[in-house]
Design a protein around this ligand. Sequence first.
Ligand code: ADE
Length: 262
Amino acid sequence: MSALHIEHAAGARRPLGVMAALPQELGDLIDAMRAESAVRAVSHGSRDYHVGTMCGTPCVATLARIGKVAAAATVSALIHAFDVEAVLFTGVAGGVGETVRVGDVVVADSFVQHDLDASPLFPRFEVPLLGVSRFAADPALSARLADACERFVTEEGAVLAARLGIEPPRVHRGLIISGDQFVAGAADVELLRAALPDALAVEMEGAAIAQVCHEYGVPCAVVRTVSDTADAEAPESFATFLTELAGSYSSAILRRFFGAEV
Ligand code: ADE
């Protein structure tokens, strides 16, 4: 295998990397890019990277699949092979904050790997030899993303939520925690809350992406729609939300983020 490095046209802006774990979580982004201009598909490391533009912004859109290793490998390729200037991740998560309901939207301001524990050698949650346990999302990119989410919930949220008979969505900002587990039990949620009381949502990729972006100095932002509350009903709630609403939420948020007419 030879190294891949995609060159940009002279003077072109570096692209934004846009990632999700599963196709539904990326919404209609790749179709919207195709409707705008030619999209080049590049296969690399068992993933397909779609290189094009969205509302004039150069983008590389891809699916990471599920879990921290998959996410870290994918974001690393976005940085090294595609020279992205920043990374945006969109998808669903389990709500663990007391006030977070199914259908709400969470924009991360920080991330912790909740399953990382090299104690007693290092404090629980701390990435060994990096000395960091909480990774920050990029403030400017996250503010722009949160603004897109606020406009989405105001303009379309109630209508979309009514499809599943759930409350109109709200936007939360705060800690997202990640681990290589689908959390599906009230007792597990209690343990997470006890260890990380300010956690709003749990998922399986965000903190891994944030670690890689931190190590390479690349800004990142993550938005998660709450598909379930990580309890015994989580598998069913997750599956229904993924099929019925995840794509519509992601499409609507990304369109506003990129400044498309909605
Ligand atoms: N993504 C969506 N729901 C989740 C859950 N309950 N646990 C982990 N990741 C998730």
